[in-house]
Design a protein around this ligand. Structure first.
Ligand code: ADP
Ligand code: MG
Length: 320
């Protein structure tokens, strides 16, 4: 048993923690955003929490996919699972480097490690029959139809008007288990801050001979974050995004920010359609699953309010 009695928080960072939507994604921009995020992480460490960090990779994977496509006459394009691994390395490095520099400034010696993480999904997941997650660049209808033929892509029209309305869609299966869970736990035991399961993890499937093989699919990072939180026995699951609260009647005149709510209330609001699929929906779903599985509380809030929310002073807090 660990002698370290501090509470363990698994933090799921949204896209804006690394790249703002109005930015191109230069390394400088990304480092600047990561710095702001790391200030919050240092605060949480100072408040006395053990930290495991997971993060999205949508914009980074999107840019890398463009590089695969544009560069394919010169060097072979890499498939989606490999691109996922590349973004885990890229973003992990940015967090490792920035956090280490912050702790060095205040004279704290803390091991900080990113771990390439695979997440097992099930063969019979229904999303394999009806892919739902758009990835990579936008195409014209002509380009999309060509890719459909040449590369067997599933393409969908994802915008009502404009020039390039089409995108490739890939399955977004449910996460089943975190393959590297034991390694992550060992690092936590060693008092490390761990960055894991980036971009929802690299989806892998078990073959008949029991070997694991990577998939052209994407796992929702909030759902994978909940799996991670459960498998490392986190006390708190903290989802950080670009809004301070989950709201009911979102975007309507009677919009109301949710503060402390029970799992039953969250389930009721979710069923009533208050949280959009693909954004707030998966966050609330992940939060409900975490608390139902025995977690102390799940919190959804903004990056800026992260430390306050841990102290119960901000955010949407979901408890039994
Ligand atoms: P992230 O990169 O953090 O996962 P998302 O865009 O996926 O960010 O999710 C956050 C967004 O969810 C918010 O910016 C907001 O527009 C949207 N959203 C949808 N439904 C709600 C709701 N009921 N309450 C608050 N935000 C909501
Ligand atoms: Mg999201």
């Amino acid at each position: 048993m660990s002698k370290d009695k501090r509470k363990l928080v698994v933090i799921a960072l949204g896209g804006n923690a690394i790249k703002q939507s109005n930015e191109n994604g230069t390394a400088e921009e990304q480092f600047r955003n990561v710095e702001v995020t790391c200030e919050q992480l240092v605060k949480m460490n100072t408040l006395g929490y053990k930290l495991v960090i997971t993060h999205g990779n949508g914009p980074q994977a999107g840019n890398l996919l463009i590089q695969q496509e544009e560069g394919k006459e010169l060097v072979p394009a890499q498939p989606l699972d490999v691109v996922g691994a590349m973004t885990q390395g890229q973003i992990g490095y940015m967090f490792q480097n920035t956090l280490q520099n912050y702790f060095r400034q205040i004279g704290k010696e803390i091991p900080i490690t990113s771990l390439i993480t695979q997440v097992l999904v099930k063969k019979d997941d229904p999303d394999f029959n009806d892919p739902s997650k758009p990835v990579g660049p936008f195409y014209t209808e002509e380009e999309a139809k060509r890719l459909e033929k040449e590369k067997n892509y599933v393409v969908k029209k994802v915008k009502p008007n404009g020039e390039k309305l089409w995108r490739r869609v890939v399955p977004s299966p449910e996460p089943y288990t975190i393959i590297e869970a034991e390694s992550i736990k060992a690092l936590i035991e060693a008092r490390a801050i761990v960055i894991a399961s980036g971009g929802g993890g690299i989806p892998v499937m078990k073959k008949d001979d029991d070997s694991l093989s990577g998939l052209e699919a994407v796992i929702d990072k909030d759902k994978a974050g909940n799996k991670l939180a459960q498998e490392v026995n986190a006390d708190i699951f903290l989802v950080l995004t670009d809004v301070e609260n989950a709201c009911i009647n979102f975007g309507k005149p009677d919009e109301k920010a949710l503060q402390k709510i029970s799992v039953a209330e969250a389930e009721e609001y979710l069923a009533a359609g208050h949280f959009l699929a693909g954004s707030m929906g998966p966050k609330v779903t992940a939060a409900i699953r975490f608390v139902k599985a025995g977690g102390e509380k799940a919190i959804i809030t903004s990056l800026q309010k992260a430390a306050d929310a841990l102290e119960g002073k901000a955010g949407t807090i979901i408890e039994k």
